[in-house]
Ligand binder design. Structure first.
Ligand SMILES: Nc1ncnc2c1ncn2[C@@H]1O[C@H](COP(=O)(O)OP(=O)(O)OP(=O)(O)O)[C@@H](O)[C@H]1O
Ligand SMILES: [Mg+2]
Length: 263
């Protein structure tokens, strides 16, 4: 990677607007994510986080604004377009099939074939290698059914599924919401490893401690507007809560904070 390449966001939204009928849900939103960094996306219920992610994934069409990938304007009209760019979303409901095993889930809809039959051994090997490369050791067999996995293991499989496809940007919507302490720690460690592998990771979370622990950058949506996107080191928990609940910081720091992260 040439010097300075890390400074360019891999994905950037500029002045995005999105309305549902008369309701303006996203208003002039700017948002940037960088390779090798975890960008947390926070905001109160209804702030517009999921809507913004669905605009990124092409599930919703943006009304106006620019969508840039590696600095170039792109048109993402469907999840397929987003996948083609290497953007994968892990939704909260995970969309895993309980009655299928780990390999079948990871390759669902994109099965490998050899002649007229499924290439089970190649898929099994890739699934195992992906989990291993993510240092996932809690899953004993990739032929285990997903119904027999714990919440944390399921989340791990869903994340591994997303990174199996040479993804560049992985967006996780509340990956730790339903998890206990130990499993949350495991998933956060996995989030960190994804970024250390050079992926751009977007983490949506309501848990401030998780966000402060794992994020490099933090973007705060407030009533459909981007209140701030800051470097983790530039905010403390109290300021973050203030940004989420009021959309700004009292006092002088507001100007400094809304300027954006120094990356
Ligand atoms: N399809 C839709 N039609 C109309 N309004 C919608 C639609 N989807 C979302 N909204 C509205 O847009 C706003 C933002 O919703 P969104 O789901 O993006 O919030 P969020 O930040 O993800 O919240 P949460 O933390 O609760 O998941 C809400 O006021 C919601 O009611
Ligand atoms: Mg949401």
């Amino acid at each position: 990677m040439p010097d300075g390449a890390e400074d360019q966001p891999i994905l950037e939204l500029r002045g995005i607007n999105k309305s549902f009928g008369p309701v303006d849900v996203l208003k002039g939103v700017d948002f940037s994510v960088w390779p090798g960094k975890v960008t947390a996306l926070v905001g109160d219920n209804g702030a517009g986080k999921s809507t913004m992610v669905k605009c990124i994934s092409g599930t919703y069409a943006i009304d106006s604004g620019d969508y840039l990938f590696e600095g170039q304007p792109v048109h993402v009209h469907s999840p397929r377009d987003a996948s083609a760019l290497g953007i994968e979303i892990v939704y909260q409901d995970l969309a895993l099939c309980d009655n299928l095993d780990i390999v079948q889930n990871m390759f669902l809809g994109r099965e490998r074939v050899s002649g007229v039959v499924l290439d089970e051994s190649s898929m099994e090997q890739s699934a195992g290698e992906t989990l291993k490369s993510l240092s996932v050791r809690t899953v004993s067999s990739v032929r285990q059914r997903v119904s027999s996995l714990s919440g944390g293991q399921r989340q791990t499989v869903a994340i591994a599924k997303a990174v199996l496809w040479n993804s560049r940007v992985v967006i996780l919507d509340e990956p730790t919401a339903a998890l206990g302490v130990a499993q949350t720690a495991q998933v956060l460690a996995l989030v960190r490893r994804l970024a250390d592998r050079g992926l751009a990771v977007v983490l949506i979370s309501h848990n401030m401690l998780d966000v402060l622990e794992v994020a490099d950058h933090i973007a705060v949506l407030y009533l459909g507007e981007m209140a701030a996107q800051v470097a983790r080191a530039d905010v403390n928990q109290q300021q973050l809560v203030e940004l989420i609940t009021t959309g700004h910081l009292a006092g002088d720091r507001a100007a400094a904070v809304t300027k954006g992260p120094s990356a």
